[in-house]
Ligand binder design. Structure first.
Ligand code: G3H
Ligand code: 13P
Ligand code: ZN
Length: 305
């Protein structure tokens, strides 16, 4: 069995990425798993603290175990762990990797806590993702000022002092369905500077959903009101994978949109429908189809098993 560490090293050298897909229920996970299986792709299945609280520890572990049984090249990851305690909990639960997100803390505090998580995780063979710089969320209504981006010099110090296995960088992506109000760009100049100082460090992009027009149009056609939603253009993500060391690409919003757009469609086309399997099943198929496309067109991780 190839380990997550080995896949990540391969991804840096061969220029592909592992999709890190968030799941919140059985159907969204099944859509992800089937796509990875269809495409013969290794991948990361992520749960946020919120998802863990929603599904519960036991269901989360049982779902992840089932997913791995169906497709063994899947790795369970804690997304945006905010404390040492939640990371330790995930480590003890058997997660393959954890993210400690102290990016909002002062630099030295971020280093200290991240290093502690690394020590606890590495003792058990678990990988750690740290974050430096701040990735905007939908709740941030301010424009990203320069200081929100990852500082390359600090990134070098951060990686060396913490011993993280992967580094999440802020280069202009953001969480949620509203990523741009103006020109759609990413700061590849910052990425280049980070890579010049840390040539072998596996990098992570959060907030990388594509929020494609077709998905938004379907969502809105059946009663949704996502006005001027916008995501990261495919070409920018392709460049990040093909020409840089981005080896983990996080996707949640697109999965939520796919599930919801299809659910809306089935329910509005069948006003008397109340069989959950009909609309959740349709959502699951849409998730499968968008993840397959991402694996082929953005992650390039198909046939990497
Ligand atoms: O990056 C954050 C993910 O989209 C998870 O969001 O905390 O609402 O589950 P959540
Ligand atoms: P999106 O909101 O772009 O899907 O990003 C998800 C993410 O970064 C999860 O950590
Ligand atoms: Zn994120």
């Amino acid at each position: 069995m190839v380990s997550l560490k080995e896949y990540i090293e391969r991804a840096v050298n061969e220029k592909f990425a592992l999709g890190a897909m968030n799941f919140n229920n059985m159907e969204s996970l099944q859509g992800i798993v089937e796509a990875c299986k269809d495409e013969r792709s290794p991948a990361i299945i992520s749960v946020s603290e919120g998802a863990l609280a929603y599904m519960g520890d036991e269901y989360t572990l049982a779902l992840a175990a089932a997913a791995k049984k169906v497709h063994p090249q899947l790795f369970l990851h804690l997304d945006h762990g905010k404390s040492l305690e939640i990371c330790k909990k995930a480590i003890n639960m058997g997660f393959d990797s954890v993210m400690i997100d102290n990016s909002a803390l002062p630099f030295e505090e971020n280093i200290k806590l991240t290093a502690e998580v690394c020590k606890a995780a590495h003792n058990k063979g678990v990988l750690v993702e740290g974050e430096l710089g701040q990735i905007k969320g939908i709740e941030d209504n301010v424009e990203a000022a320069e200081h929100h981006y990852t500082d390359p010099e600090k990134a070098k110090i951060f990686v060396e002092r913490t011993n993280v296995d992967m580094l999440a960088v802020a280069i202009g992506t953001s969480h949620g369905a509203y990523k741009y109000s103006g020109e759609k760009t990413l700061r590849f100049d910052i990425l280049e500077k980070i890579e010049a100082l840390l040539p072998k460090t596996p990098l992570v992009l959060h907030g990388a959903s594509n929020v494609c027009d077709e998905l938004v149009a379907d969502f809105n056609r059946y009663g949704g009101e996502l006005i001027e939603a916008s995501g990261i253009p495919e070409e920018l993500l392709q460049k990040a994978v093909r020409e840089h060391n981005v080896v983990k690409i996080n996707t949640d919003t697109d999965i939520r949109l796919a599930m919801t757009a299809e659910t809306r469609r089935v329910l509005s086309e069948n006003k008397n429908e109340f069989d959950l399997r009909k609309f959740l099943g349709a959502g699951r198929e849409r998730v499968r189809s968008i993840i397959s496309e991402k694996i082929r067109n953005i992650f390039y991780s198909n046939n990497k098993i």
